[in-house]
Design a protein around this ligand. Structure first.
Ligand SMILES: [Zn+2]
Length: 230
């Protein structure tokens, strides 16, 4: 998509930065008050606001403090610069090119197939049939709150205790092979530790409560991310 004049939608002509509310009418130089317009529109608008010029939709957009798109835009260029700083080859492309690359190669729409189709260097043929991408999801860590509070703001529980219990910490991926008691069986999932040494394990089939630490084996230490195969 080429740049076009905000008001007449004309593209392929020289464009000028234009104040939605003119400076002489109290408009600022902030990005939220700026748009781009062709010279004829700019001249025709004169000292009128966008609303007075017949474009209330442009005026309304200017009132949004920080558009989501602006945040995404700023974030992705910051990310691009970080990646470039690694010294590794980094390539970017437009969303339009990604989609074109993907459809030309007959691939289904998915985040990972899109990722494989970014940029000019995308191979003419992509073999994805046997590929099982690893999905990494940011989960966040445990609460920073030092203790629970009641509705008056007074401490309701004792101070946060040690995060490690018998070498495990909440969020670790464990497999418990329970050989006796009510929880007999094999349970795999994220563990929630308790100082008593009696843990809860969130499995794919629900939470198994009261599993003793001695039955648990560490599969993966919590690192704030969840991993799964697509
Ligand atoms: Zn125009």
């Amino acid at each position: 998509m080429g740049a076009h004049s905000t008001y007449c939608r004309t593209s392929g002509v020289p464009l000028q930065v234009e104040h939605i509310t003119p400076k002489g009418r109290g408009g600022s130089n902030r990005v939220s008050n700026l748009t781009i317009a062709c010279e004829p529109c700019n001249l025709a608008k004169g000292t009128r606001t966008a609303t007075e010029f017949g474009h209330p939709e442009v005026q309304a957009r200017a009132k949004l403090p920080l558009h989501d798109a602006a945040a995404v835009n700023a974030t992705r260029w910051a990310l691009y610069q970080r990646l470039q700083a690694t010294g590794l080859p980094v390539e970017v492309g437009t969303g339009g090119r990604t989609k074109w690359n993907r459809t030309q190669r007959g691939l289904p729409k998915a985040h990972w197939t899109d990722a494989a189709c970014v940029g000019a260097s995308t191979p003419a043929v992509l073999h994805v049939a046997a590929v099982r991408p690893l999905t990494i999801r940011a989960m966040g860590r445990e609460s920073r709150q030092m203790c629970r509070m009641d509705r008056f703001g007074f401490p309701r529980s004792s101070a946060k205790s040690s995060r490690r219990v018998h070498g495990f910490q909440t969020g670790d991926l464990v497999r418990a092979v329970v050989t006796c008691g009510a929880r007999v069986g094999t349970h795999s999932g994220r563990v929630a530790v308790r100082a008593t040494g009696s843990f809860n394990i969130a499995t794919a089939h629900g939470t198994v409560q009261g599993v003793r630490a001695r039955f648990c084996r560490l599969l993966q230490r919590v690192d704030g991310y969840a991993y799964s195969c697509f």
